[in-house]
Design a protein around this ligand. Structure first.
Ligand SMILES: Cc1cc2nc3c(=O)[nH]c(=O)nc-3n(C[C@H](O)[C@H](O)[C@H](O)COP(=O)(O)O)c2cc1C
Length: 208
């Protein structure tokens, strides 16, 4: 085995993070810019945190290009709300385009060909082409520094869930219809088209 210290340049740690923690789910976060225009970008440092209250978390890092905070956290800290849109196979290319680092105020919906639609509770728009949307109210921020590569945890409480009817069977989302995708290392995207199932041995079964 090779071993590595983590106190060197952040790029090395980053490679091991994205090469080890995968597949990663992707939150496509839409927000409102200061002038009222739309912003949208994908984040794969993303997870579920709590079912009640319903909380999700993601981590926008400080930009390695110029050491500045990304537009998404900047907008969330001001507006205190955002939408998490989910990715399926048909919209990978548009979501990839939405990750382009455009100057602040330039609309990645327009740039990537995604269609903004109104949310019910928050001002940030939802992505019409996305099959699941979570409207979120900002809850917490935990920052790990201000230098390039430093992350921050942003949590949001999901106040409204929208799911396309075609995905639902008896109130559950069907993975094979949804066709979600994850993020891998480098520029990899991972399809969920090869699943296996294992029943869990709950205590009652072990005691039988
Ligand atoms: C699939 C994918 C996942 C990404 N995940 C992250 C992430 O977890 N954290 C991050 O800081 N940037 C991530 N990025 C890069 C951001 O999307 C990119 O920096 C974007 O321009 C940020 O937009 P904003 O400045 O409008 O917030 C990811 C890019 C892609 C394509």
């Amino acid at each position: 085995m090779q071993s590595f210290d983590t106190n060197g340049p952040f790029q090395q740690n980053y490679k091991f993070l994205i090469g080890s923690i995968l597949p990663r789910p992707i939150a496509v976060v839409s927000t409102i810019n200061e002038d009222g225009t739309n912003n949208v970008a994908p984040f794969s440092f993303f997870t579920a945190v709590s079912a009640s209250p319903m909380i999700i978390a993601f981590s926008p890092m400080i930009k390695s290009s110029n050491g500045e905070m990304k537009d998404t956290p900047r907008n969330i800290l001001r507006e205190k709300e955002f939408v998490v849109n989910f990715v399926h196979e048909d919209i990978i290319d548009q979501i990839n385009l939405a990750s382009t680092e455009l100057p602040y105020g330039e609309d990645e919906f327009k740039f990537s060909g995604l269609t903004p639609i109104d949310s019910e509770i928050v001002k940030a728009k939802r992505i019409k082409e996305s099959l699941i949307h979570f409207e979120c109210k900002f809850r917490d921020r935990l920052s790990y520094g201000d230098d390039p590569g430093c992350g921050q945890i942003i949590t949001g409480e999901v106040v409204k869930i929208h799911v396309d009817e075609s995905l639902l069977d008896s109130g559950r989302i069907v993975t094979d219809i949804y066709r979600p995708v994850g993020r891998g290392a480098g520029n990899d995207w991972i399809l969920c088209d090869h699943r296996i199932e294992r029943e869990r041995l709950m205590k009652a079964q072990i005691q039988k």
